[in-house]
Ligand binder design. Structure first.
Ligand code: SAH
Length: 217
């Protein structure tokens, strides 16, 4: 009980820190409070669950840094009822944040590593969030079955934005993705406007690489 209160206080402190760093969208900050990050990590890491750092998961993957996630979610301009595609479920934390913000919209999140599909499903179950579908597939090819999407978020590093993702985005939809080399990427917010793409640069970040057909495999 005391531990839970301490973790909640740490979550509050993380939110104050994100506010201080310039994150203004109250829906995002509220979602971070409602989706406790420690539940997406092994118990041995609960002491660092609310540090503003990326943290290691199994299979060489990571749970993204809270500040990075907040920047990406702000750029997506999420609205209630949005239909969202995520590439890279890993722990499922980011998918849960999005699910809370867009409810009753739905998020399809794709993960290429089978064990992480199971891991994220278990994490999502703990919070009883229903508007997420975790799909074990190569998300570099998108998820054609449910296209088109209002928003697409890529939480691993791409060499360039995979063409299927651009095709599966609705007109006026937004895609946010880190693009660059395997070791450092530039984050872009891209809005599809007819056959044109409006690109905004959001800063430099480091992500684990995108695998699959349009990735580094
Ligand atoms: N959003 C996550 C962090 C993502 S880490 C969270 O909230 O915890 C990046 C993830 O992308 C890893 O789990 C990796 O296995 C996955 N990944 C890499 N290439 C992929 C692909 N082609 N399709 C789907 N997932 C992929």
């Amino acid at each position: 009980m005391i531990l839970e209160e301490e973790l909640r206080l740490e979550n509050q402190r993380l939110i104050e820190h994100l506010r201080f760093m310039g994150i203004k969208d109250e829906n995002i900050l509220k979602a971070i409070l409602q989706v406790p990050r420690h539940l997406f990590l092994p118990r041995s890491m609960w002491n660092v669950a609310y540090a503003d750092d990326a943290l290691p998961l199994e299979h060489g993957q990571t749970i993204s840094q809270p500040y990075t996630v907040a920047i990406m979610l702000e750029a997506l301009e999420l609205k209630k009822k949005d239909k969202v595609l995520e590439v890279g479920t890993a722990s499922g934390w980011n998918a849960c944040l999005i699910a809370k913000i867009i409810d009753p919209g739905i998020i399809y999140t794709t993960e290429i590593i089978k064990e992480l599909v199971e891991y994220s499903k278990n994490n999502i179950k703990k919070l009883n969030i229903k508007n997420i579908k975790v799909i074990h597939t190569d998300g570099s090819q998108g998820y054609e079955k449910e296209a088109h999407y209002d928003k697409i978020i890529v939480t691993c590093a791409c060499r360039e934005i995979p063409l299927p993702l651009l095709k599966q985005l609705k007109n006026n939809g937004i895609i946010v993705a880190p693009v660059g080399s395997e070791y450092s990427q530039q984050m872009y917010k891209i809005r599809k406007q007819g056959n044109k793409l409006k690109k905004d640069y959001l800063g430099d970040f480091i992500f684990v690489p995108l695998k699959g057909k349009y990735g580094w495999d």
